[in-house]
Design a protein around this ligand. Sequence first.
Ligand SMILES: Cc1cc2nc3c(=O)[nH]c(=O)nc-3n(C[C@H](O)[C@H](O)[C@H](O)COP(=O)(O)OP(=O)(O)OC[C@H]3O[C@@H](n4cnc5c(N)ncnc54)[C@H](O)[C@@H]3O)c2cc1C
Ligand code: SF4
Ligand code: SF4
Length: 1098
Amino acid sequence: MAPRGQGKRLAQLLGQQLKQYVSEVRGISSGNASGARGALGGAEQPVARQGVMQQQTRSNAQVAVQQAVQQQIKVVVPAIRTDLVGAVSMVSEGEKVEPGVFKNIDGHRFDDGRYQAFIEEITKFIPKERQYTDPVRTFAYGTDASFYRLNPKLVVKVHNEEEVRKILPIAERLKVPITFRAAGTSLSGQAITDSVLIKLSHTGKNFRNYTVHGDGSSITVEPGLIGGEVNRILAAHAKKNKLPITYKIGPDPSSIDSCMIGGIVSNNSSGMCCGVSQNTYHTLKDMRVVFMDGTVLDTADPASCAAFMKSHKALVDGVVDLARRVQADRELTALIRRKFAIKCTTGYSLNALVDFPLDNPIEIIKHIIIGSEGTLGFVSRATYNTVPEWPDKASAFIVFPDVRAACKGASVLRNETSVDAVELFDRASLRECESNEDMMRLVPDIKGCDPMAAALLIECRGQDEAALKARIEEVTRVLTEAGLPLGAKAAEPQPISAYPFHHDQKNAKIFWDVRRGLIPIVGAAREPGTSMLIEDVACPVDKLADMMIDLIDMFQRYGYHDASCFGHALEGNLHLVFSQGFRNKDEVQRFADMMEEMCYIVATKHSGSLKGEHGTGRNVAPFVEMEWGSKAYDLMWELKALFDPNATLNPGVILNRDPDAHMKFLKPSPAASPIVNRCIECGFCESNCPSRDVTLTPRQRITVYREMFRLKQLEASGAASEAEKKQLAAMSNSYAYDGEQTCAADGMCQEKCPVKINTGDMIKALRAEAMTEAKTASGTAMFLARNFGLINAAVPKFLNIVDFAHSIVGPKPLAAISRALNAATNHFVPVWNPYMPKGAAPLKVPTPAPVPAAAAGIPRRVVYMPSCVTRMMGPAAGDKETASVHEKIMSLFAKAGYQVIIPEGVSSQCCGMMFNSRGFKDAAAAKGADLEAALLKASENGKIPIVMDTSPCLAQVKSQISEPSLRFALYEPVEFIRHFLVDKLEWKKVRDTVAIHVPCSSKKMGIEESFSKLAGLCSHEVVPSGIPCCGMAGDRGMRFPELTGASLQHLNLPAGCSDGYSTSRTCEMSLSNHSGINFRGLVYLVDEATSPKKTASA
Ligand SMILES: Cc1cc2nc3c(=O)[nH]c(=O)nc-3n(C[C@H](O)[C@H](O)[C@H](O)COP(=O)(O)OP(=O)(O)OC[C@H]3O[C@@H](n4cnc5c(N)ncnc54)[C@H](O)[C@@H]3O)c2cc1C
Ligand code: SF4
Ligand code: SF4
């Protein structure tokens, strides 16, 4: 971020340049076809938008073009109201909410008995455990990535297409509106409802099946698969079959590692490289759709198509009739073609009505469903024609002294080259680059660039080096011939060679990482209490500069000083990212005014799309007519009526009769905790969370916590109503289990979070707060910490007693007894499972022995710190291995000729994690400090490497040590073996296939690849578990076995894999329990696969 003073200066300069630009734009615009004079940027006083004016701007788009250019529109927000779940709405003139009276309008869907009837009907085939009506779960699912909030009355997790087929006719008959939810990363308010939310479950293989066809040039996928996952499946297919070309799906939204096929198809999402030509509309081969009456149409199956044509003749005829009318209307056909030549997700995919012949209604219907945001049917399967992922790539970052030159550059590249991606950065985005050292190294002249400077990030790809070279030459030539000014400052022009293409993917990645980081940067820097908004507009690329200048000017005038404009320049697509509060009427008013003007600038003045790729949702539903004109808009309503006559499917989305819908149900963002205030509720973290299928996801933990904070504030100020007090009590009650107890606090959410939030830290802080209040528990924890040797001695004996009891009473009674005790003690006593370990053998402190390397004058010394877990827990009772982890490690050290030093007082040492994860901060700190002192002494102040045999313990030690010299001395076993032992041992492959599970702590330390490579030295094939985190979290998974159960339901090991390896004894236990094969420490495999070198190398 630029320093404050600099920011102000830049703002002044920007203001001056903008004045000049805007007047230029007005000049240009006055000559254009619409006759627009750009009066919105002018000095006239705004007039209120009401009555007739409202009609003109919304309901009659042809009139709007002339009217809007003459008058600046100002919306009147008479008042705002906040509902029970905190959503803020503008109160529309004359609007009356009658409690208890159901109307199919947001905020008016009261239960008049229909929801109860719906529940009764679906309970015949959907168990109660998959229906949620409680305040925490409904609130949690009332959250998607948009800035809208509607609280569903009921959330239903569906397992398969058959369930959807049964639900839809019931919903239709009872007139219960429903909304589908895939990953909930939508930004326009289309994945939420105040009625029934149908959530695709991901349990096991539900909605996650796929078939790769042939060489991967097509793939059939179900809607619960994440886009990135599909690309990994295709890459693995190419690798396994040694195919010359790797394919990927065409759509490439930047959310691809989180969003799912259901959402990608239904939003017609796209991204940086796919443009228009590779979006779902253009790359979808076939689709299976469930219609409102439960009928399934499978477009890949001729019999299904024929049956559908017969059974749904009225629908088919209706669609064909619409297509006939459109195709006969030249003007409308031209409008549709023009609009879909650039990115457009405003309204329905009307191009389906012009792109296909009238005698092919199935193609028309299939394409209309794409981008319909769950308002026409349910997509249960999609077959994509995939696109090649060319291996050779290079990227360049070219800076221009002004936006106009950069946009002109994008325009010539689009018209005259086959460049693959062109991303535009405005000045605000470039400012973010200035604070990135790597960027400054690669593009040094960004520093202090002109106030209207801009840049293009360009990527070229080729199927081989020659093809790539040809593309780069073409791009360079075309840009040179265009004669555009280059360089960050007009006064210091640069040649194009100052911005070379980088073939080294490390450098290219720096550019693309900065690009991907632009959204989160605004999100992270925003004022607590505000939300981050992402608008997504597009226009013909030759108008991009004018539109961008207008928008920058608009943001300046409305005081959105953190706004950035950047995006997919080749498609004229800009993302506008800025922060916005909804805390009072003034803030809502500012938003309303800005939206009105933005829509005018984009849709009317520059003939653009209000949504390029994010879908219409609720956000621009009131402006669809403004963008499309009345004729096309009316057609869309006709379409909706054909497919869903009673507006049962996602009503209010895409088409909405309320002109103020975008100013209603705005989501607040209370500043509840500095740990999570930056959260933008994008949902990217969800797929990494072990509790996602059992209780809450990280996003849901945060959003519910925010809501409880808001309600607590109301209560504290005496302003809470009885309903709000009741809501708070109910939420707090459920959150204890859903939010707090079932969080593994492993921080895997942080790995996928664009603003780097570790929700586990928030939960640990809550636990610490609770423990500070619980004085007795804290005192006991401190006593145990101080007398840890007692635990160390007692636990192995206890485990052996349990093992003995198992042999006497058998597994079933033991499991039953432990489950009962677990329930009776509020999850304090762990639940037994057959892979519970026996007590570990006592640690043998070795006597120093002369070693060959020491004799050669290079002492091989290592400090070995066995964790308390491996000191206490041996292998599982049924495992053929009987040695403990520390015996295996000692064996390896001995083979490699290492002298082993064990820290003093080892039997009473512990990293403190078991205290920390329960919230006993003082006890954890005390243990950590003791261990640090012992390690410092044993390693001679960090001179001798230290190995800790359990990854999570090492991570805990690293997170709390204060002595820098220790930091570089600490090793996880995998890292130590790779760095120090590989060349000192003989290796042989002793298995055909092994499974590995890299613990979450090791993943966070970045050693996933090393783990795989090491296992690869011992086995011909290595299969990763594919589980981000098993949910064990010390002993939490034993006390809450449903947590590991939910996480490990996704474990899918190949047949013939007889053992697995990890580096955390407790994780190994739960992995064994859920896979049925023994998981052990990786050192077992390494010990088996290695022998001493005949002649030791130095
Ligand atoms: C930070 C961020 C960046 C983003 N970047 C991009 C981007 O670059 N490009 C882009 O296009 N989008 C982007 N998005 C928006 C969003 O991620 C995509 O639109 C995504 O495809 C939505 O998928 P989802 O699985 O989250 O769907 P959801 O949000 O769950 O649902 C999307 C819509 O589809 C409907 N739906 C879901 N499943 C089905 C089904 N099986 N049948 C019928 N209807 C269904 C829902 O009702 C809803 O209307 C971004 C979002 C975020 C938060
Ligand atoms: S925690 Fe991070 S990834 Fe998760 S919703 Fe919030 S911002 Fe997104
Ligand atoms: S810390 Fe782990 S369990 Fe908790 S929210 Fe994050 S990923 Fe989920």
